[in-house]
Design a protein around this ligand. Structure first.
Ligand SMILES: [Zn+2]
Length: 228
């Protein structure tokens, strides 16, 4: 496992989320973006509205992940899994985004009907113009849950498809990065079914990311939340 430090310094304790915007002009400008993340997803009311609407052509998401070699790196107070092929993609609304980074927050940053999950995985994708789409996956521990990888000291093979829960529904909204600089717009895809990961693996993860790395909920400010 590799460690890198970030400049300027920020964290989740003495230089925590309520101080990020004061750390440097770049962070301050990013914080001025109106639609910040994470937010609460009012799943019950979105699902009810959805059922009462006539059938519409929905947004489409397609993942094109495959078994790749990932390098585990600790930075920005999380474990990041960096793919080495740079050829894994998703297509969302006919736009292709490349998988750049997978990292994990504990506990979850977004909430579903105010429910927090033990972990939230972020799969960060960018297109050729640098625009980002992040898929968020809520995780619950389960003794028989999926074991993503066992050795954090070296590169490992993983098919990111195996991190996805059954893709039943998702919520799409426009927000920001949740770590400094918290700039937007970022296209968020919040999967509404959780994934079960191995309980021992979750414990091992908490040992290497010992301090919670979650930004508090941000105001939704009436922005559209699209349920598919
Ligand atoms: Zn994240």
């Amino acid at each position: 496992m590799f460690n890198t430090t970030t400049h300027p310094q920020w964290n989740y304790t003495n230089l925590g989320p309520n101080k990020w915007a004061t750390i440097c002009p770049r962070f301050s400008v990013a914080d001025n973006y109106q639609y910040q993340s994470p937010i609460n997803i009012p799943l019950d009311s979105l699902a009810n509205q959805h059922q009462s609407m006539p059938a519409i052509t929905g947004s489409s998401i397609e993942t094109n992940y495959f078994q790749d070699i990932f390098k585990p790196v600790i930075f920005n107070h999380s474990l990041h899994l960096l793919p080495t092929s740079h050829k894994q993609t998703i297509t969302f609304n006919q736009i292709t985004y490349r998988l750049d980074d997978i990292h994990i927050h504990r506990p979850s940053e977004h909430t579903l009907d105010k429910q927090t999950f033990p972990l939230e995985i972020h799969l960060v994708h960018r297109n050729d113009f640098g625009q980002a789409t992040v898929i968020a996956i809520f995780v619950q521990p389960n003794q028989d849950g999926f074991l993503p990888f066992s050795n954090l000291s070296q590169a490992f093979k993983l098919d990111a498809t195996l991190l996805l829960p059954p893709l039943a529904h998702y919520v799409n909204y426009i927000g920001s990065l949740t770590t400094p600089p918290t700039k937007g717009p970022i296209n968020w895809i919040i999967l509404t079914t959780h994934k079960s990961l191995s309980t021992p693996w979750l414990s091992a993860f908490k040992a290497i990311v010992p301090i919670p790395n979650t930004r508090p909920l941000q105001p939704t400010l009436g922005r559209p939340l699209n349920y598919y």
